[in-house]
Design a protein around this ligand. Structure first.
Ligand code: G6P
Length: 608
């Protein structure tokens, strides 16, 4: 995820910006840059790759200045490269930006029509041009930023420099974190406390719509219309390592809690509820995967579980046959691939060797190839015809959480998109599904509030040395994912079965030492699952259920029950998986395991 730091004060800003950026590196990035105001102009240095490249560049080509901004970029619009790195400059302005400008294509066309030319592929550069145009009319720095941002739709944390105002930063926030850290005769802007804690422990957390005019000895905050707003200065007590994890003890827990925001980000600009349509990138549209004879999805690990869910969703709504394979199996089983097939590779990292090899195989046979990926411009998107980017930001915990739910969000949108293109569902159904999905982030927040309840349950399960996960239909892949999470970080054996298959073998294992985790919210297979559970109960099994709120019938059968709201079936997996992530997390934590780096596992598997 991108990181921002800004400084205004009596000191040379360059070392402050660089040390701030090094504190933000844990978030993941692919390029970095800084800009300073110096002698009536703006100096800027940027570099692709690691921060060391930027430091090396500055050694050969040093610069200094008392007001400056810095950025670590994690590509969303435009490849990772020096020209796409921030700060982005135009005229008297340099800006750094986190977030996504939704209407950037419209704004770019409009600016082009007025003679603007662009040197990067970023949405950020558009904002720099827009601010510059507004400034020409007003010669008011903060006023120009306000005027420009009134035209912008989307999410942003922005900090801007203007060469006419060498003692001032202007910072703006909408749906992306941004704070002002208040020092003695100096002030800072940052996207993350970690960047500034070495200098100040007094922070103003900006709110959506805030524009801050930051000078060395003053901070003035207004809304987008210029009305003054009051924000409190808060004292911060975190140490620096806690700040990197934003107060969470582990990255995994932080990433679990980030999911509502990341789902919002993945949906942003792609859901047109009023029209009952999904708005995809032109490159994806042009593939017309909905016309394929069959879709083949290939992935590994957690991404494979998302792929299985994708099959249920695409077949159910779009009525296109879908095959799903584990990549390491697919590549060696001489699969049948024809140019009439669509091939979808799912990978968080975009670098998994087996998935990449399958993609190349599909390419040789002429299939149309879509990647669903989190890391921009990694190997898999580069080799695909088009990529649907999940917007989970870097995932640091080895056990995947937010990458999974954003993959799920992506597949859900693709399923609705294909379904509409094929007329397999009508507009009203698509509108209903999209409206239900829009509510997912808030519903996820409410599930995450149950974390303590899950921990209490985990406490009672500490002595178990095996778990069985059961689910049907959409919840079978979730059961598989729950069992995988548990194995990965608790090192306790777990396996998942389709609930209806339990009687064909695993039922022999049932006794009071085998906790059975069942995902059984109200949906068309609910009654069937309930009968399966009676079979478990009759054999003295311990049942932990994920159930629809107020479902007394099922709750009575369970030792512990975790509620999800009564909602559309398509929404249920987003909620049920959170309980399973939390259960694995709390069990592993109570066992004292290394949660973010579990033994023997790697985040990205680039070997066969
Ligand atoms: C490793 C990771 C898993 C991940 C899998 C596939 O095993 O530990 O969390 O699901 O690779 O990775 P990908 O980046 O292709 O999604």
């Amino acid at each position: 995820m991108c990181g921002i730091i800004g400084y205004v004060g009596p000191r040379d800003s360059v070392p402050i910006l660089l040390s701030g950026l090094s504190r933000l590196a844990y978030r993941g990035y692919d390029s970095a840059g800084i800009a300073v105001c110096h002698e009536g102009d703006i100096d800027c240095r940027r570099a692709h790759g690691k921060l060391e490249n930027l430091i090396e560049r500055l050694k050969h080509d040093p610069m200094r200045g008392r007001t400056g901004i810095g950025h670590t970029r994690w590509a969303t619009h435009g490849r990772p490269s020096e020209s796409n790195a921030h700060p982005q400059r135009f005229g008297k302005f340099a800006i750094v930006h986190n977030g996504i400008i939704e209407n950037f294509l419209d704004l770019r066309e409009e600016l082009r029509a007025h003679g603007h030319e662009f040197v990067s592929e970023t949405d950020t550069e558009i904002v720099a041009h827009l601010i510059s145009d507004c400034y020409d009319a007003t010669h008011d720095f903060a006023g120009a930023v306000r005027m420009a941002l009134r035209r912008v739709r989307g999410s942003y944390a922005i900090v801007a420099l203007c060469s006419d105002f060498p003692d001032e930063l202007v910072a703006a926030r909408n749906q992306c974190p941004l704070l002002v850290a208040v020092g003695e005769g100096e002030n800072f802007a940052a996207s993350d406390l970690a960047a500034v804690l070495a200098h100040s422990r007094q922070a103003i957390f900006l709110e959506d719509g805030d524009i801050a005019q930051i000078r060395a000895s003053s901070v003035v905050i207004t809304d987008l219309s210029g009305e003054h707003v009051e924000r409190k200065i808060q004292s911060i007590e975190w140490d620096i390592s806690a700040a990197e994890k934003q107060g969470y003890p582990h990255y995994m827990l932080k990433e679990i809690h980030e999911q509502p925001q990341k789902i919002t980000d993945t949906f942003r600009g792609r859901m047109l509820e009023a029209e009952g349509e999904v708005n995809l990138d032109e490159n994806i549209e042009k593939l017309h995967l909905e016309t394929c004879r069959r879709l083949q999805i290939v992935a590994c690990g957690t991404s494979y579980h998302a792929a299985l869910l994708g099959k249920y969703l695409i077949e159910q709504y779009a009525r296109i046959p879908v095959d799903v394979d584990v990549a390491s199996e697919y590549r060696y089983r001489q699969p049948i691939i024809t140019p009439d097939d669509g091939f979808i590779a799912i990978s968080q990292s975009g670098e998994t060797a087996d998935t990449y090899a399958c993609l190349k195989l599909a390419r040789q046979h002429g299939a149309k190839i879509l990647a669903i990926c989190n890391v921009m411009d990694s190997s898999i998107p580069r080799a695909a015809d088009a990529t649907f980017y999940t917007r989970a930001d870097p995932e640091i915990g080895v056990a995947s959480t937010k990458a999974f739910t954003t993959q799920l969000a992506s597949l859900t949108l693709l399923a609705i998109h294909f379904a509409r293109r094929k007329n397999a569902i009508d507009v009203a159904t698509a509108q209903r599904l999209l409206r239900a999905l829009r509510a997912v982030p808030q519903q996820m927040e409410r599930v995450l509030e149950q974390s303590d309840h899950v921990r209490a349950c985990a406490q009672k399960l500490l002595r178990a040395n095996s778990f069985l996960f059961l689910g049907r239909n959409l919840h079978y892949p979730i059961a598989l994912e729950g069992a995988l999470k548990l194995k990965e970080i608790t090192y306790i054996h777990a396996e998942a079965y389709p609930s209806g298959e339990m009687k064909h073998g695993p039922i022999a294992l049932i006794d009071d030492r085998l906790p059975v985790i069942v995902i059984a919210p109200k949906n068309p297979t609910y009654e069937k699952t309930l009968s399966n559970l009676q079979e478990v109960k009759a054999r003295g099994g311990r049942i932990i259920g994920i159930v629809t709120q107020d479902d007394d019938r099922l709750t009575r059968v369970c030792e512990s029950a975790f509620p999800i709201e009564d909602c559309e079936e398509i929404v249920q997996p987003f909620l049920s998986v959170l309980y399973l992530q939390l259960l694995a997390y709390h069990l592993a934590d109570l066992l004292g395991n290394d949660i973010d780096q579990p033994r023997n596992l790697a985040k990205s598997v680039t070997v066969e």
